[in-house]
Design a protein around this ligand. Structure first.
Ligand SMILES: [Cu+2]
Length: 236
């Protein structure tokens, strides 16, 4: 009785922990915009696809063990061609085509949606600073990136020292921050809110603490909020 209860509690704990790992400030499986959504979809497709292939291989293994004579109608060479060529080639071609199409989407190709704001992100050991050229040279924030929600924001990323990686898991993929070079990533938050950002490239002893916050504001108050920040007015 005790053993059964322990088993149930263990199972529920494992399921609870697994599900809770799917959400959170830095969860790629809890996307808050279309770019992170495209990456999450790819992850789910790969998980489901690999699960199906694992199931197929285990089913064949089971048939070999429990059904004597199974598979004799095909020669060993035939099995190698079927399992090593006819199965993986279409799967890998389809996956590569889908992955490349998603990659083009993530870098902004094939998109008609206008960019509503342009910001600059500067990585340095071990913090992130942000500038807002659309709003003037004196508008800058440290540790918090302000964006308008509901629109595409172009982020120009660079570094002052070593290679960092700019990553907001719930809004987009990673992009390297390279000294002396500018890389560009597009982000979009569907709704206003706060999202976590991190450095995703080991850059020294302070790397683990190189985090930042993204505040997505309603578009109608975005400019006002940033102008107030530039003037040194704190949040209401
Ligand atoms: Cu880092």
């Amino acid at each position: 009785m005790c053993g059964r209860m322990f088993h149930r509690i263990t199972c529920l704990s494992v399921i609870g922990l697994t599900l809770s790992a799917c959400s959170g400030d830095l969860s790629t499986l809890d996307p808050a915009g279309p770019y992170a959504g495209a990456i999450a979809n790819l992850w789910w497709i790969m998980l489901i696809g690999s699960g199906l292939i694992l199931g197929l291989v285990l089913a064949l293994l089971g048939l070999v063990f429990f059904k004597p004579g199974f598979g004799r109608s095909l020669s060993p060479k035939g099995w190698m061609i079927a399992g090593g060529l006819f199965l993986p080639v279409p799967v890998l071609v389809a996956l590569m085509a889908y992955g490349m199409a998603q990659g083009e989407y993530l870098i902004g190709a094939w998109q008609n949606e206008p960019v509503v704001a342009r910001v600059e992100a500067h990585g340095a050991m071990w913090h992130w600073g942000f500038r807002y050229p659309d709003l003037g040279d004196n508008v800058a924030t440290d540790g918090t990136l302000h964006i308008p929600a509901g629109g595409v924001v172009e982020v120009r990323v660079t570094s002052a020292d070593v290679v960092h990686s700019f990553w907001i898991p719930r809004l987009a993929g990673k992009i390297d921050a390279v000294p002396g070079h500018e890389t560009v990533v597009r982000i979009k938050a569907d709704v206003p809110g706060r999202y976590g950002g991190i450095c995703a490239e080991y850059c020294g002893t302070g790397h683990a603490g190189m985090r930042f916050t993204v505040e997505a504001h309603p578009p109608e108050t975005y400019r006002q909020r940033l102008t107030a920040l530039a003037a040194g007015v704190s949040a209401p």
